[in-house]
Design a protein around this ligand. Structure first.
Ligand SMILES: *Cc1c(COP(=O)(O)O)cnc(C)c1O
Length: 402
């Protein structure tokens, strides 16, 4: 049976809102539309109570206390607030930041802004699997280092980071640690104590909540982290982020977080099996397929594959029955090879021939089987007309001809 087309396999770019989260949100668009900052009537109280329930739900997902959750418009804003807010607050401690070359642009671009403002930024390299060693982080720390920002899981390859080890080092050296956990949430257990992180960014629309909503965890004890606000106004969120709260969004994020925590073990097992089925199905039928990312220390739902001797854009066009991404989703209009794959030492040719398949809760085995078949057929068709593939099959290394 052919599944409904096109098949969505781009859940690292965004997810649909879970029906249960949507149900929870609806009253807050309608009859319960109050402003949680309205302290003098029942409309405000009801909205505030709902926001506080959500704060508790988020806190439970990451092992925090509710007072440590600050609502934002998403992970981009959370990353901005974390990095700029810490830099501004602690600038007397030094002017050095440590991050990684494979971070999301919502971290890299903020670091570039800090460089413009006179900060020094160390961009740590990764190995060919996208892995970063905690010792690299330790070696980069100087007496000027104020903050380390390392993502918990990479959006393009799914490769994880040794957060708990990095956390120990950060604590030992008295440096604050931020993590962009947008892709990790709901896919690996998150515990801010076990990871030793001081700030953590999340986004609702990557965990089956609505778009335009997210949060930042800000540690309150051991140490108490202070932030300079980046959005000023009525002093909401204890002065760290002003602006009337997105109540329906927050309620949806809270419900999504509760479901993510409850269903994570089952989701991980099911999605991992489907991802392996995709991986094995493609690679057993096609030679010269490279897997980008760590073989084991990676997210359960992500497969980033490079198909040698084909061109990524041509492949994506042929794969019009699949909604997948090539290169970095946020910049897929640009033909620049992904900065993540480049940092891993992937050649421009293979980086341009990369497809990211990311699976999600609605993904079915039928969809995976269809995707395998469509991919194998498309790659075979493109290779059949590829002069490079012809040469390679005759034993000539196409690189030597350049
Ligand atoms: C999607 C994503 C972001 C941006 O999140 P928004 O909520 O869309 O701003 C940041 N970091 C990572 C790792 C992401 O996957």
């Amino acid at each position: 049976m052919t599944p409904k087309l096109p098949i969505y396999l781009d859940y690292n770019a965004t997810t649909p809102v879970d029906e249960r989260a949507l149900e929870a949100m609806m009253p807050f668009f309608r009859e319960d539309f109050g402003n949680p900052a309205s302290r003098s009537h029942a409309f405000g109280w009801k909205a505030e109570a709902a926001v506080e329930v959500a704060r508790q739900q988020l806190a439970e997902l990451i092992g925090a206390t509710p007072q440590e959750i600050i609502w934002t418009s998403g992970a981009t804003e959370s990353n901005n607030l974390a990095i700029k807010g810490v830099c501004e607050m602690y600038r007397d401690r030094g002017r050095h930041l440590i991050t990684c070359r494979t971070e999301h642009r919502a971290v890299l671009e903020v670091c570039a802004v800090m460089e413009q403002a006179g900060w020094q930024v160390t961009y740590l390299p990764v190995d060919e699997t996208g892995w970063i060693e905690a010792e690299q982080v330790e070696a980069a720390i100087t007496d000027q280092t104020v903050l380390i920002s390392i993502m918990a899981a990479n959006n393009e390859t799914g490769t994880l980071a040794p957060m708990a080890e990095i956390g120990k080092i950060a604590k030992k050296r008295g440096v604050l640690l931020h993590t962009d956990a947008t892709q990790a949430a709901g896919k690996i257990p998150l515990d801010v104590e076990a990871m030793g992180v001081d700030l953590l960014s999340l986004s609702a629309h990557k965990v089956y909540g609505p778009k335009g909503c997210g949060c930042l965890y800000v540690r309150r004890r051991g140490p108490r982290v202070r932030l300079a606000a980046q959005i000023h106004g009525g002093g909401h969120e204890r002065g760290m982020r002003s602006g009337t709260l997105n109540v329906p969004g927050i309620v949806g994020l809270g419900a999504a977080a509760e479901i993510a925590k409850r269903d994570m073990a089952a989701d991980v097992e099911r999605l991992g099996a489907l991802r392996d089925r995709l991986d094995a199905g493609i690679r057993s039928q096609l030679p010269d397929v490279q897997q980008n990312g760590h073989a084991t220390r990676r997210l359960c739902n992500t497969a980033n594959l490079s198909f040698a001797y084909v061109e990524g854009e041509a492949l994506k066009m042929k794969l019009s029955s699949l909604a997948v991404s090539s290169g970095s989703a946020c910049r897929s209009e640009s033909r620049e090879p992904s900065h993540v794959l480049k940092a891993m030492g992937v050649s421009d040719a293979l980086a341009n021939a990369a497809i990211r398949f990311s699976l999600g809760r609605p993904t079915t085995a039928e969809e995976i089987d269809f995707a395998v078949e469509a991919t194998v057929r498309a790659v075979r068709e493109l290779r059949a007309i590829s002069p490079l593939y012809e040469l390679a099959r005759e034993g000539i290394d196409p690189k030597r001809l350049e």
